[in-house]
Design a binder for this molecule. Structure first.
Ligand code: GRF
Length: 197
């Protein structure tokens, strides 16, 4: 049975594009929705061009009322009836009630080697700490931020002349390798973490 995948984005959606492009042929999953908290997210245009259903729920319209924003997002998701949700450059923190609704089938990609550097500015923090390597992690989403079971990681050496921007660019390349590979394994029922070098 083909798994239905919804992808949540906030911006350009480069990870979403790679995920959507990977779901072809004998891949056990297909994209059924790309949704964003920003109606102007460039990734929505690309998803439409790829023939994928899109939705936008502008979080700014809800002000501080996160529960109403998440209820509106949930309604869009339930219309698409996904089996799996992939957060891909999705920049809103989701509340415990929303997360628990999808726990065990919502994935996220985070630009660090978790459990190091949860939260933001991961590359600047790794460089400032004098780390010799950085990377990215795909994990199951739990109510605690960037804290769920790890499904895969890719490592990237930090160079002496790296800036957060140069490191971010190399990590993003690895995100584009790791996320599609982990999604395929996850859709096939594989839960052993995938470690890419
Ligand atoms: C990037 O910083 C990436 O590391 C993180 O989200 C940001 C945007 O990703 N996962 P995308 O190009 O929108 O997928």
């Amino acid at each position: 049975m083909t798994k239905r995948v919804a992808i949540l984005i906030s911006g350009g959606g480069s990870n979403m594009i790679k995920l959507a492009q990977s779901m072809t042929g004998d891949h056990p999953a297909r994209p059924v929705l790309v949704a964003s908290n920003d109606p102007a997210a460039a990734g929505l245009d690309v998803a439409r061009e790829m023939g994928i259903e899109t939705a936008a729920v502008d979080h700014r319209a809800y002000g501080r009322d996160r529960a109403s924003f998440e209820a509106a997002l949930l309604a869009e998701l339930e219309r698409a009836a996904p089996d799996i949700i992939c957060l891909a450059g999705f920049m809103r923190v989701l509340g415990a009630e929303f997360v628990s609704r999808w726990e065990g089938r919502m994935l996220n990609i985070h630009p660090s080697l978790l459990p190091k550097y949860r939260g933001l500015d991961t590359h600047a923090r790794a460089i400032a700490a004098g780390d010799t390597e950085a990377g990215c992690t795909v994990h199951l989403v739990t109510p605690a931020l960037d804290d769920g079971p790890i499904l895969g990681q890719a490592r990237v050496p930090i160079r002496a002349d790296d800036t957060p921007q140069s490191l971010a660019a190399r990590v993003l390349e690895q995100e584009h390798r790791l996320y599609p590979a982990v999604l395929r394994r996850f859709a096939e029922g594989e839960r052993q973490p995938l470690m890419l070098d």
